[in-house]
Design a protein around this ligand. Sequence first.
Ligand code: NAI
Ligand code: MG
Length: 353
Amino acid sequence: MKKIKLGVIPGDGVGVEIMPYATQVLDVIAQVHGGLKFEHSWYPWSCEYYLEHGEMMPKDGLDQLSQHDAIFLGAVGNPNLVADHTSLWGLLINIRRGFKQTLNIRHAKQLRGITPMVINPNGFDLIVVRENSEGEYSEVGGRIHSGEDEVVVQNAVFTRKATERAMRYAFELAKTRKGHVTSATKSNGIVFSMPFWDEVFDQVGKDYPDVEKRSAHIDALAAFLVSKPSEFDIIVASNLFGDILTDISAAVMGSIGIGPAANLNVDGSYPSMFEPVHGSAPDIVGKGIANPIGQIWTGKMMLDHFGETELATQLLNIVEDVTEAGIKTPDVGGKATTSEVTDEIVSRIKQLT
Ligand code: NAI
Ligand code: MG
């Protein structure tokens, strides 16, 4: 029996609503597999936890999580209770940095039964590989003086190691797919880091002669991602550029509620973390209509991560069968509830046996 120890953090808002459904889907998948079992430990770390304890997670929180094979996270944030930078840095970023989750991988694909932002006769299927540990999201900088003399410096940090790691991952991934990598750059405006980024892309690219390569400036690339997503296979991007591109690519699919993501620890020294693209969606919380697909697809990425690619592919296929059958939440034009969508997915998984 292959056991996967999961640290489950539902978090806030719709994260709490969706998580029981998503873990149910994983358990049913494991049953169908026969030789697989998820053991989950649940952690209540959230904004409500913060109100009680004065911190988003306990001091030994990372130690507790390190005993698991992976972390399955819902969403973090309740701006009515805790300032967003406190909740995000206190939990999410703490785990990403503490566990050296240096790559953020986000898949976007035109799903059957969900109308994308722009109709593409040939559909689209792309993955953004985002550098997740440095770049524009650095704590290097400072503020001095005040009033009209105030000076603020925020540095972007690019190391050869992290840049190469992201590029290499992107090229390796492209070899298993359509064989095409686009690099998000801005070397016409950002004169040190981005020419360096381009150089590393060219250098690493030489090791992958069979992969088609292209560089595009981030502004044009963002527009192109909306109008012609079918032109892309893998996009490799810095932390900030990748963050923005992946919210766009989720929206291009038809709803931010369906986008999946993985924060990968590449050398296996710590667990990786799997979390959907969307946040805690305070505007729809309590209504029972949150789309569970982002979290379920995230579970699919986790199955891929643990080598269960066949079941992973079947799971995404079933999700598409369900949306194609019109069983969808309101954000993607349906009338179904979170539980109705999940029930349908679960009953179709059971038919696989
Ligand atoms: P959001 O992703 O929570 O919501 C944006 C819009 O998408 C809302 O209209 C919401 O109803 C909709 N939406 C999101 N998830 C959905 C789902 N599963 N089904 C149906 N509709 C869905 O982003 P927002 O409003 O900017 O942030 C709300 C809170 O979430 C903030 O505290 C923010 O910091 C946090 N956040 C957390 C993230 C994370 O944990 N990774 C990522 C983004 C935001
Ligand atoms: Mg984002």
